[in-house]
Design a protein around this ligand. Structure first.
Ligand SMILES: Nc1nc2c(ncn2[C@@H]2O[C@H](COP(=O)(O)OP(=O)(O)OP(=O)(O)O)[C@@H](O)[C@H]2O)c(=O)[nH]1
Ligand SMILES: [Mg+2]
Length: 219
């Protein structure tokens, strides 16, 4: 009997396509930001707040990942007047490198500086799949609790920036900031930690600086 390790083959294939995506993005000087979080942490609200600011300086496109529908793509098209492409993954809980590669026909890479990917809402699977991105930004919202870094370490460990959203709800929750930072640092010593309210549009300046510095250092 011959045992085939399907999981290893799937991850190897993904890594191979992700490397190809990265080469393509580098050749076209396109910076790629992969945004991940659990469902409802505020990724689209964050983008609605940030995209009008980013698109003053950069030519931006967005890939929206959702299992079904185009609600988020519709929201961003309405707010931001930029190219947005929706990927529906159906029963799959993450985007992979092949899906990103297939969606690139919808963009003119020569006319983009920044491609933002809003991944499928999930705190587990998206972190396992390299898309060929330059940086990973993850959001956690206050209402999810300060214990999440220890329970979902892969997502927190692989993030370059960790954005705590919905801080306007801090007074109504038992979220403990010191515990949260301590738990993040147990799994990730390097990522910046940002506190924002995407809804109230507060705290965005330092995240904006993180993104623009990263884009500019690639150029
Ligand atoms: N109070 C508060 N609510 C927020 C904030 N940001 C987002 N929300 C609300 O949280 C809900 C989910 O926000 P979305 O931006 O759709 O979340 P998402 O991460 O894009 O969700 P999925 O794409 O479905 O995973 C909405 O009702 C938002 O209005 C915030 O800073 N404070
Ligand atoms: Mg969304």
């Amino acid at each position: 009997m011959h045992l085939i390790n399907v999981n290893k083959n799937v991850m190897d294939d993904n890594e191979h396509i992700a490397e190809h995506n990265k080469e393509l993005f580098d050749d076209h000087n396109v910076f790629v930001l992969n945004i991940m979080s659990a469902p409802g942490a505020g990724k689209t609200t964050f983008l609605e707040a940030l995209l009008p600011l980013l698109s003053q300086k950069y030519r931006v496109g967005v890939i929206e990942g959702d299992m079904f529908g185009s609600l988020d793509a519709d929201r961003l098209q309405k707010c931001c007047n930029i190219p947005v492409h929706q990927i529906n993954t159906h029963n799959i809980c993450h985007l992979d490198a092949k899906m990103i590669h297939s969606s690139l026909d919808n963009f003119d890479l020569h006319n983009l500086d920044l491609l933002i990917v809003e991944n499928v809402g999930n705190l587990v699977c998206p972190a396992e799949f390299n898309l060929g991105e330059d940086k990973r930004l993850m959001l956690l919202s206050v209402t999810e609790g300060d214990d999440k870094p220890g329970k979902y370490p892969v997502m927190f460990r692989t993030a370059d920036a960790i954005v705590l959203n919905k801080i306007d709800l801090l007074p109504y929750s038992n979220f403990n900031m010191d515990n949260f930072v301590k738990r993040v640092r147990q799994v990730n010593g390097r990522a910046g930690i940002f506190e924002i309210s995407a809804f109230n549009r507060t705290g965005l300046d330092s995240v904006l600086k993180f993104i623009t510095d990263a884009i500019d250092s690639k150029k």
